[in-house]
Design a binder for this molecule. Sequence first.
Ligand SMILES: Nc1ncnc2c1ncn2[C@@H]1O[C@H](COP(=O)(O)OP(=O)(O)O)[C@@H](O)[C@H]1O
Ligand SMILES: [Mg+2]
Length: 241
Amino acid sequence: MALMEVKNVTMRFGGLYALRQVNLEVNRGEIVGIIGPNGAGKTTLFSVISGFLKPTEGQVIFKGKNITGLRPSAICKEGITRTFQIVQPFPGITVLENVQVAAFNRLTGTKSAAEKAEEILDFVGLYSKKDALGSNLTVGERKRLEVAKALATEPELLLLDEVMAGLTPVETDTTISLVKKIQDKGITVLLIEHVMKVIMSLAQRIVVLNHGEKIADGDPETVSKDPKVIDAYLGGVATGA
Ligand SMILES: Nc1ncnc2c1ncn2[C@@H]1O[C@H](COP(=O)(O)OP(=O)(O)O)[C@@H](O)[C@H]1O
Ligand SMILES: [Mg+2]
C-alpha cells in the first residue's frame, strides 16, 4: 500500500484550474521530486495534501485513511507536515522557541519539547543559533529553521517547498545532505525544487506538473529526457518564469 495517495485531485480558483485530475502515489521511504514551471500547481498540491486547501474534487489518502478536508493541525497529527515557500519564523522569539512550539505537536511538557528542539537544531546544524531571534537569521538559516520546525512535529511524510531557493552553492550542498539524512531517519520526502541538479541528486522519482496537470512521473533519467517535460521547461523556466 502506498503511504500517501492523491486521487483525481482538482483545485479550482474561480475559472482557474490550479490542479486538474492529479493522481500521485508516494511510497514509504521515497524521496519524490516535484518540478514544473512557475504557476504549475506545485504549492497548491502541497496545500491540498496538508489541509490548507480543500480540493474542489478528489481525495488525499494517508496510510489508508481518507484525510481530505481535515484541518492542517489534524493532518499534522496524522503525520504529514509541510514547509512554506515563504518562510515566516515567529518574530520576537528565539530559534529554539520556534522549534519548541512545533514540538508540542507530539509532546506536552515544556522541558521535553525544549530537549526535542535542541536535538533537532543540532540535526539541522542550527544549534549555535538557538538563542538568536528568528528575524535575525540569514535566508539559508531561515530555510533550515523551517525544516527544523517541520521535523519537530515528527512527520512520517515531509513536504519541502523550495527549501533550496535563494541559497548559496555551499548552503545548497548542506541542504542536500540534510535531506538525505532525513530520508535515512525513515522519513518519506516530497520535494518541490527548481534546480535540476538538486532534484537529480536526491529524488528516486520525479513528478512533473504543468498548468495543473501531471505530465510525467518516473525515474529521473527517463523523466529528464521526456519531450513533454523539455517542452514545458522551454515554455517556463527557460524564459525566467
Ligand atoms: N489562493 C489562491 N487563489 C487564487 N489563485 C491561486 C491561489 N493559489 C494559487 N493560485 C494560482 O494557482 C496557480 C498555481 O499556483 P501555485 O500552486 O502556487 O504554483 P507553483 O507552486 O507551481 O508555482 C497559479 O496560477 C496561481 O496564481
Ligand atoms: Mg510554489
